[in-house]
Design a protein around this ligand. Structure first.
Ligand code: ADP
Ligand code: MG
Ligand code: MG
Length: 498
């Protein structure tokens, strides 16, 4: 044990999970054959750094954590050293961000496209159906969102064989971890500097990451567009929030924020005749959803009433119901069909850039693809219309489970297949890495997913912000052929450009 109050008892233990021969990934040294003493000091320093700089999350093992801020914190799971990533693909991902922002905005304006594309899904997926109901009420009342704010994150994997950067999905709601991702980049830079002699790595190759402050800036700018100095920014939170966000709105921009759960909004919310949303005593200028993206966030009718109330109001919603729907997996698959992008974008270069990063995406209506997926399940992923499948309890279906699910759907011949899409399985490069969780360093083979945050703000015809805003690298154990799902866990990571 140790006497330092900051350090978990198990600090510095290094667990071997998987010790196969592996190739050196240049210019990163082979992390699995690092000098144990060096490793030990890096682990120790990284844990101290995390504690001192707030690279922490609520610890589920501690009862009051998540209820009382600052109580029961543990370091966020992170990779000890950054993951190599080719600079050209990095640039490509950054360049795509404003194009995807624009696409989401255009799609959100096409109510008919959203309703039509999701019409079959609506019949079998109760959650999507509720979102669509609110959306159609807004269409009927001819409600227009003149000020639109998107805080999105587009996720990619780099397919090893084809060397293509392929999009996994586009998140338009509750794009998580902007705060922690910045800290991991800083942690890695600090370790690379501190152990420069031993590692021989250049901290300048880790791109700067200001996702949190850029998201805060976008929220503040949106608040300004709303143009009511007394209005506040409301963050919709889950009842137990383990990711605290946007403290700097108040410090940097003099904008007040309040946090409310959907149930509280239902209880305290009132809509004034001019469209102003009042919650308690506060007029709401901007609403940021850290909750509301999964059916679990709506345990009763109360939460749905709150969502509907907010949508009817003049507050700027991040996301609006149409932005939310535009980011669903079914829409992703519809957009990948021939000639659909052309419906929304004019610039041919932009269209080509987007299409280049689209993996194979299919509806389950496509019987030849379903047949192939049953025969060769290892090349596909089956995805429900859901968000927030974390690696340990993922929503996606792989391998033999997918084959069985497809066979069952085929046999039953029901509409249920509209609740899913099929996607080409992407196989990123597997690299040795060092994953930190609960104060323990695990050596394992891992794959990474790069998320690029982006902000979009427009008021009628004027685009005020449209840019990429930092990144999130997530690295997860690759040993399971279920895409790492069964095996385990993902950690926050950063990028080392090569
Ligand atoms: P969610 O909205 O739940 O995050 P995702 O589409 O991002 O849904 O899928 C969850 C995880 O599954 C991803 O983070 C990624 O690790 C894995 N995954 C998703 N699609 C693919 C794919 N086509 N190939 C390989 N892995 C995938
Ligand atoms: Mg995802
Ligand atoms: Mg998602």
């Amino acid at each position: 044990t140790t006497s330092s109050p900051f350090l978990p008892i198990k600090c510095g233990r290094v667990e071997e999970i998987n010790t196969q021969e592996e190739n050196l990934t240049k210019p990163m040294p082979n992390l699995h054959i690092m000098d144990p003493k060096l490793l030990q000091s890096m682990v120790y320093d990284a844990l101290v750094w995390s504690s001192l700089h707030g690279l922490v999350v609520g610890d589920r093992n501690i009862q009051r954590s998540g209820k009382v801020p600052g109580v029961g914190m543990v370091h966020a799971p992170f990779a000890l050293l950054p993951m190599s990533f080719p600079e050209s693909h990095w640039r490509q991902a950054c360049e795509l961000a404003p194009i995807f922002n624009e696409l989401v905005d255009r799609v959100s304006l096409d109510g008919e496209f959203l309703q039509d594309s999701l019409s079959r899904t609506k019949k079998v997926d109760a959650f999507t159906s509720r979102l669509l109901d609110i959306h159609s009420k807004m269409l009927q009342s001819n409600k227009k969102e003149e000020i639109r704010l998107g805080l999105n994150r587009s996720d990619y994997m780099l397919d090893e064989q084809t060397k293509l950067l392929l999009q996994i999905e586009l998140n338009t709601v509750s794009s998580s971890f902007p705060g922690l991702s910045c800290l991991v980049s800083e942690l890695h830079r600090s370790l690379l500097n501190q152990f420069k002699e031993q590692l021989g790595l250049d901290s300048g190759r880790i791109p700067g990451n200001a996702s949190l402050s850029q998201f805060a800036e976008a929220l503040a700018k949106a608040w300004k567009e709303y143009n009511n100095p007394r209005a506040v920014v409301m963050i919709v939170v889950q009842t137990e929030e383990r990711n605290i966000c946007f403290p700097q709105l108040c410090n940097t921009y003099d904008v007040s924020t309040i946090r409310k759960t959907l149930a509280e909004i239902d209880e305290q919310g009132v809509l004034l005749p001019d469209g102003t949303l009042l919650v308690g005593d506060h007029a709401i200028g901007v609403i940021y959803f850290r909750a509301g993206y999964t059916p679990n966030d709506y345990p009763s009718e109360s939460e749905w009433r709150a969502r509907y109330l907010m949508e009817q109001s003049s507050a700027i919603k991040c996301p609006s119901i149409s932005y939310h729907l535009a980011g669903t997996k079914k829409i992703q698959q519809e957009l990948a069909k021939p000639n659909v992008l052309e419906r929304f974008l004019d610039n041919k270069d932009d269209i080509a850039k987007l299409r280049k990063c689209f993996a194979g995406l299919w509806s389950l209506d496509d019987s030849s693809i379903v047949k192939d997926a049953i025969e060769r399940p290892e090349f596909y992923v089956m995805k429900p219309q859901r968000e927030g499948g974390d690696p340990s309890s993922g929503n996606n279906i792989y391998g033999d489970d997918m084959r069985k699910a497809l066979l069952r759907l085929q046999e039953e011949g029901t509409e249920e297949n509209a609740a899913y899409i099929l996607m080409q399985r992407i196989f990123p490069t597997i690299a040795p890495s060092l994953l930190m969780r609960d104060g323990i360093c695990h050596k394992d083979h891992a794959i990474s997913e790069l998320g690029i945050y982006s902000a979009y703000l427009r008021n009628k015809e004027s685009v005020i912000m449209n840019e990429h805003c930092g990144y999130l690298m997530r690295t997860k154990v690759s040993s399971s052929n279920e895409g790492g799902v069964a095996a385990g866990f993902a950690v926050l990571d950063s990028v080392y450009l090569t």
